[in-house]
Write a protein that binds this ligand. Structure first.
Ligand SMILES: NC(=O)N[C@@H](CC(=O)O)C(=O)O
Ligand SMILES: [Zn+2]
Ligand SMILES: [Zn+2]
Length: 353
């Protein structure tokens, strides 16, 4: 008896238009310089998250933060930080106009208060933000959402699905022309909602949610470096995210949510949420797309869909990925301490050149 096998040829090098990371945490101070080169090696631009302590709430604060990022750029590197403001109960509609006119602020970020890292200053009730949302809709400023309810009575694994029904659908009914990015989606419900909804909505998907399900958190013991928010879900959800990312639908695009925390704060009795994926981001996405037989769809996801949604020109340079086994360091410098990258100490299959 013979077994028939089909082998699908996959390339050994892949050259794509230079990608953008539409969801990135760079933190502040001397941390920026230790992690920024990992991003600029691969990406031309990134949407910079505003959840610093204190958060970036005004255009003037964002101007200063943007300059600190530019000051930390490796010599000769061109990279554009696309700044965002942190929406609070007290954000004023006039701030939206100032932000829009600045030219360097590309979105506002909604963190439901208490939902994730540095979200204490976040929104307690969206009803308080009506005037701001009205102005954002009018000027075409996107709202980025951490899409989880912060209600402790709701099971952690259900918080994203509940957010869709309790917050997102009513919000979009009230502001149907408001551009929304549902950040770091983790469930089949979110992928299907974004795929099927009317109006201007998109979603970012992280590498960890494409590659891992919640079992990764518990392999032989608790694995804090796989802990992020929203938390990894069941395999059925991972499969739905892979299907969405590799579908070619322009509503789905790359946002790593690389969220660095020092090693000691991850390996802790109350460890911080966030996976650090900047050091091997495109390599991780290449694995996910290759495993789905969809390497030819990586460029749209990584380099076109996000720019198109944000109304930015597509990049002109290229990035080449080469099939090559290499070992990611188990730890990397992180300001005065160290950080464990996602898959630290393990072998990667692709290398961004
Ligand atoms: N994703 C995370 O687990 N953490 C992010 C915050 C966020 O994006 O929710 C962080 O800033 O550390
Ligand atoms: Zn978030
Ligand atoms: Zn994030």
């Amino acid at each position: 008896m013979t077994t028939q096998t089909t082998s699908i040829a996959t390339p050994d090098t892949l050259t794509i238009t230079r990608p953008d990371d539409l969801h990135l945490h760079l933190r502040d101070g001397n941390i920026i310089a230790s992690i920024l080169p990992e991003t600029t090696r691969q990406f031309a631009r990134a949407i910079i998250m505003p959840n610093l302590r204190p958060p970036v709430v005004t255009t003037e604060q964002a101007r200063g933060y943007r300059q600190r990022i530019l000051d930390a750029l490796p010599a000769g590197m061109s990279f554009e930080p696309l700044m965002t403001l942190y929406l609070t109960d007290n954000t004023r509609a006039e701030e939206i106009t100032t932000a829009h006119e600045s030219g360097f602020i590309h979105a506002l970020k909604l963190y439901p208060a208490g939902a994730t890292t540095n979200s204490d200053a976040g929104v307690t009730d969206l009803a308080r933000c009506s005037a701001v949302l009205e102005r954002m809709q009018a000027v075409g400023m996107p709202l980025l959402v951490h899409g989880e309810v912060a209600d402790s009575a709701v099971d952690t694994f259900d918080r994203e699905a509940v957010f869709i029904d309790k917050v997102l659908i009513p919000l979009r009914r009230q502001f149907p022309a408001l551009k929304i990015v549902f950040e770091h989606i983790t469930t089949r419900q979110a992928a299907e909602y974004v795929r099927d909804a009317e109006g201007p909505i998109a979603a970012t998907i992280t590498p960890q949610h494409l590659l891992y399900n919640r079992n990764a958190l518990f392999v032989g013991g608790i694995r804090p470096h796989f802990y992020c928010l929203p938390v990894l879900k069941r395999e059925e959800h991972r499969l739905a995210l892979v299907a969405a990312a590799t579908s070619g639908n322009p509503r789905f695009f790359l946002g790593t949510d690389s969220a660095p925390h020092a090693k000691g704060l991850k390996e802790h009795a109350c460890g911080c949420a966030g996976c650090y994926s900047a050091a091997n981001a495109m390599e991780l996405y290449a694995e996910a797309f290759e495993d789905a037989g969809a390497l030819d769809r990586l460029e749209g996801f990584a380099s076109f869909h996000g720019a198109d949604f944000y109304g930015l020109p597509r990049n002109t340079g290229t990035l080449t990925l080469k099939r090559m086994d290499w070992q990611l360091p188990a730890e990397m410098p992180f300001g005065d301490t160290t950080i464990v990258p996602l898959r630290g100490g393990e072998t990667m299959r692709w290398k961004a050149l």
